[in-house]
Design a binder for this molecule. Structure first.
Ligand SMILES: [Zn+2]
Length: 527
């Protein structure tokens, strides 16, 4: 009798739900109620046997019931119900306002049993290169919750900016939160000459100061918590450190007076890193981590970066060389292993688990450290110390997977028309044709590839990572993040291979109208 848009448009069971539930069956009839009354019509019940974050949702013409073992499951059941009840579109007329004005919900009868495949379902936002600000971040947290993503990996620190105004370390924001000049909009990576150097066009406008106050952090934390999103701040050590060194040049290997007191104004990696042989470096970082832990009391994880640390300064620094002799390190890479180990131990004593980019897994890194795998091979990034995700898992490390070719949504997305610039140096260097991370490519990612069955339990989860060298505002951010993050969300929640891309694309053509109704600058779903 009922005919509802969710099940039209040639969609398989599951209609336009994104991520699609693991198990869903439908039956005749529908639940009808006034739009304003829906919140009061749902009956919430406990079922301790259901997994954490899992839920059962039953819609009949008479009532709506939700079972879960805890708050997170109930929260996700309501997210699914919102999509079932959604009226922002009709498939035939694409986007019919008239449908939105109707005052009744007609929710199809259905039974859904659902639970996530992975515990870590992440989105990384880089605010060091460009600062999006509180409202934009809160909006992303809302969108994450709508797609059942639960970890915001917050890249707050890098060569180009320090975005935390720590009350006990005001020097960091004073020097690190502002660039006196910066790369102009649209000026991406352009290789020139034989030396394969990157050329950037700089503007002369000051960028910043932009940073979050302790009060901002408290506000965003509460907002995220209410949406079952865990914040994982990233404080990079020992490389990507130029913004910190602007505040404390004495902590570089070159020492005081040798560095201009500004963050890096170009993209790319800074040669100057923290001096690992200086005891004051260790003490200073400990006091920063103390304060970051105070600011994020309910974050069980802390990200310490660890990627792309050039070792040139360490090779010629008497303090670093003395440290290497003291600890018996045979090369500079082992000095980084020692450095990582020190802060992993320090943070574990404070009750945190340490996450680091895959470079931290080199050598005998502490097994408790969680690796965040981003490189597809030793040719990516600094290279040399490459440890693949399956290798690290075999050594006992829990892993979060965000391989750049599948999960870096700052990469080109292969649209027929695209008004936004992209910063993507790798294709210029090596690849012809240039790599394009289309929606289909994002959805095709198989996180289990290379993992023997016994090590799959080491995959904590998946993450979309979005770098902001060429992302200036929330509009560019949303254009690049959505809809590709929907693909990642479905892989992380429902699991890889659950549906065909064609099935996903058809649902996305409808779901995109939902995102547009939420004023998201979502890029098109192409045929
Ligand atoms: Zn040094």
């Amino acid at each position: 009798m009922f005919k509802i848009c969710l099940f039209a448009a040639g969609c398989a069971i599951g209609g336009a739900l994104v991520p699609v539930p693991k198990h869903m069956s439908t039956s005749e009839g529908a639940f009808r109620c006034r739009t304003a009354d829906l919140a009061t019509k749902v009956e919430f019940l406990k079922d301790a046997a259901l997994p954490h974050e899992g839920y059962r949702l039953k819609v009949t013409p008479e009532k709506i019931q939700v079972w879960s073992s805890g708050d997170a499951g109930a929260f996700y059941a309501v997210r699914t119900l919102e999509q079932l009840a959604d009226k922002t579109y009709v498939p035939d007329s694409k986007y019919a306002e008239v449908k939105r004005r109707e005052s009744d919900y007609v929710i199809p009868s259905a039974t859904i049993e659902d639970a996530p495949t992975f515990r870590w379902r992440g989105l990384m936002i880089d605010e060091a290169r460009h600062f999006l600000g509180k409202e934009a971040v809160m909006k992303q947290i809302d969108l994450m919750a709508d797609h059942k993503l639960n970890v915001l990996h917050w890249h707050l620190v890098d060569d180009q900016g320090w975005r935390l105004d720590l009350p006990k370390h005001p020097e960091l924001a004073k020097y690190g939160a502002v660039r006196p000049r910066s790369v102009a909009f649209g000026a991406g990576a352009e290789w020139y000459g034989q030396k394969q150097k990157l050329k950037f066009r700089l503007n002369t406008d000051r960028y910043g100061p932009y940073c979050y106050s302790a009060e901002d952090i408290r506000e965003i934390r509460a907002y995220a918590k209410a949406r079952h999103v865990t914040l994982v701040p990233e404080i990079e050590i020992p490389g990507h450190e130029r913004a910190l060194l602007a505040a404390r040049p004495d902590l570089s290997c070159r020492g005081e007076g040798k560095l201009e007191r500004i963050p890096r104004v170009y993209w790319g990696i800074e040669h100057d890193v923290l001096c690992a042989g200086n005891d004051e470096t260790i003490r200073y970082l400990e006091s920063i981590f103390d304060e970051v832990c105070e600011l994020f009391p309910d974050s069980p994880f802390l990200h310490i970066g660890g990627d792309e640390c050039p070792k040139g300064c360490w090779k010629t620094c008497p303090k670093c060389q003395a440290r290497m002799r003291e600890i018996g390190a045979k090369d500079e890479r082992e000095l980084q292993v020692w450095f990582t180990r020190h802060f992993a131990n320090y943070l574990e004593k404070k009750g945190r688990r340490v996450v680091g980019w895959d470079e931290v897994l080199y050598g005998d890194a502490p097994q408790s450290v969680i690796g965040m795998s981003w490189r597809m091979s030793a040719n990516n990034g600094a290279g040399g110390d490459f440890v693949s995700a399956p290798e690290a898992a075999a050594k006992g490390h829990d892993m979060i997977l965000t391989p750049s070719h599948y999960c870096y949504f700052s990469r080109r997305q292969g649209l027929a028309e695209d008004p936004y610039p992209y910063y993507d140096p790798e294709p210029f260097a090596e690849q012809t044709p240039r790599l394009e991370l289309t929606l289909e490519k994002a959805y095709s990612y198989n996180p289990y590839a290379g993992f023997p069955e016994r090590d799959r339990k080491r995959i904590l989860g998946l993450q979309a990572s979005i770098w902001t060298e060429s992302i200036f505002t929330r509009f560019d951010f949303e254009w690049k993040a959505w809809p590709r993050t929907c693909a990642l969300a479905e892989l992380a929640w429902t699991g890889p291979g659950a549906r065909t891309f064609d099935d996903f694309r058809k649902r996305m053509q409808i779901h995109r109208h939902r995102l547009i109704a939420l004023r998201v600058n979502c890029s098109p779903i192409e045929q």
